[in-house]
Design a binder for this molecule. Structure first.
Ligand code: GLN
Length: 490
């Protein structure tokens, strides 16, 4: 293979993997290239580096490339959302609570990707414990959107999305509880997929809301997401009891399948009053492109879309209040100094370690689970959650894939919602339904809207239909060039 003509940071995961196998450059050169770019970044995407560990991983990759024992992604550099625990790097979950924490083990997804050959460049910023929609809730500062540095990158996987858009890494991991892969991907003009709940192990992913949390890949192209997802999925019965007994799949095989006859469901509730006209225009144009490729648009209804906000903002905080009780100053993380007894140690450690949004969720969650309110809130939310899942099954009788916007508007300005947490919650309206139903969902660049900001098209599939989503996204990317465009100065 001849030497590559593009700068390394403009190569996709697929191109990097092929070039590394062809020895156009070494894994060490690639790691150094991305490390240098990432360390010079001023957008706040990264929370931690460990150049020695990165270069040691790269050298090991080079040895395997030479020995002919290379994995499918051997030597490909990647960043991990700081919600995944890693042995070689500190893990904070974006919280002061875990400042300086070093895990004795790697999360399953981190391990699986390492086994496929990836090299970790560093840990990526996120909202504290993945609670947020703008990456503004990170205890270590906000992340800037490379398309407009005055705007948020989305959240909670904002560092991952911004780093990919700024070409600091070709790909990253993200997690999605209520939209945290899809919405930042949309806001930063990249591609991301959340698989079916249970397809990817949650082991070593710091828990937010366990019945919703799911990890997945973020990259510039659907093909890259397919490559990464193939390495990430698969059962993990000994470590995650909710991981499903569904074998790993090669998600690249159906990427180029014909879209002729594909029925794309258009939920009327996703195109109502709340949707900004610029986002609607970009989404409509992307849908028109898909019809040119042979797909048919079918009107459908997801009648409980609006209810997904109160339902999610009851269930997720309820689970969070339980999950986060482990941070008590004893076993993990921050311990206050000025305590007088055990109770004051708990109280002070938690008061000092958690940020305000996390505290708000713990209080809400504790409230909805408390005696007397459990039936009125938590149980009721669980029932509606089931109805939302049923609504999707009814819709999938009429269509193969569901499409719509990812978010009602483009990325907002940093600080714009600072005193209005509910404004952030409301912006999750289109991503929450698929999360509550445990369905796979993805965001693929659809164009640009107001202020020149990227707009994503959301694709939602039935359970285990990730390959279909990736196929639709890949065909769209063959017909459009939104995923190839770069923010100014990158
Ligand atoms: N914005 C949602 C929340 O704050 C979703 C976050 C996520 O998916 N991790 O809970």
């Amino acid at each position: 293979m001849p030497p590559v003509s593009k700068p390394l940071h403009d190569l996709t995961v697929a191109e990097l993997a092929a070039s590394l196998k062809a020895k156009s450059f070494s894994a060490t050169e690639a790691a150094q290239h991305f490390l240098t770019r990432a360390q010079a970044d001023t957008g706040g995407s990264f929370l931690a580096f460990n150049p020695e560990a990165t270069l040691a991983q790269a050298r090991a990759a080079d040895e395997r490339l030479t020995a002919g024992t290379a994995g499918p992604l051997e030597g490909v550099p990647l960043g991990h959302k700081d919600i995944f625990v890693t042995r070689d790097f500190p893990t904070t979950a974006g919280s002061k609570m875990l400042e300086g924490y070093r895990s004795p083990f790697d999360a399953t997804l981190v391990r699986r990707l390492a086994e496929a050959g990836v090299v970790t460049v560093g840990k990526l910023s996120c909202d504290e414990f993945a609670m947020g929609s703008g990456n503004e809730n990170c205890a270590y500062g906000p992340v800037k959107n490379p398309w407009d540095t005055r705007r948020v990158p989305g959240g909670s996987s904002g560092g991952s999305a911004a780093a990919i858009a700024a070409r600091l890494v070709p790909a990253a991991t993200g997690t999605d509880t209520g939209g945290s892969i899809r919405q930042p991907a949309s806001f930063c003009g990249i591609t991301g997929i959340k698989p079916t709940y249970g397809r990817a192990s949650r082991y070593g992913m710091i828990a937010y809301a366990s019945s919703l949390d799911q990890g997945g890949p973020m990259a510039r192209t659907a093909e890259d997401c397919a490559l990464l997802l193939s390495a990430m999925c698969g059962p993990d019965p000994d470590r995650d009891s909710t991981s499903l007994d569904v074998p790993a799949e090669d998600f690249t095989v159906a990427l180029s399948a014909d879209l002729k006859g594909l029925r794309i469901g258009i939920p009327q509730e996703f195109f109502g009053e709340g949707l900004a006209s610029d986002v609607r225009a970009a989404v409509d144009a992307a849908l028109a492109e898909l019809t040119k490729l042979g797909a048919a648009l079918v009107p459908i209804s997801l009648p409980r879309t609006e209810l997904s906000i109160p339902v999610y903002y009851i269930i997720a905080p309820a689970e969070a209040s339980s999950n986060l009780s482990r941070f008590d100053g004893v076993k993990y993380g921050h311990r206050a100094k000025d305590f007088t007894d055990l109770e004051s140690m708990y109280k002070l450690s938690r008061a000092e370690g958690f940020g305000s949004e996390v505290k708000r969720r713990i209080m809400t969650g504790t409230y909805v689970l408390s005696h007397g309110y459990y039936d009125a809130y938590y149980l009721q939310a669980q029932k509606i959650r089931r109805m939302i899942a049923d609504d999707f099954q009814n819709a999938f009788k009429l269509c193969d894939v569901i499409a719509g916007p990812v978010a009602p508007k483009v990325a907002w300005k940093l600080g714009e919602n600072a005193n209005d947490p509910v404004a952030d919650y409301l912006a999750d309206i289109f991503t929450l339904p698929a999360s509550l139903a445990g369905l796979p969902g993805m965001s693929v660049p659809a164009g640009f809207g107001a202020y020149g900001m990227p707009v994503g098209l959301q694709l939602i599939g039935n359970y285990f239909k990730e390959a279909m989503l990736l196929n639709v996204a890949h065909r769209l990317q063959q017909a459009t060039d939104f995923h190839l465009r770069k923010p100014e100065g990158v």
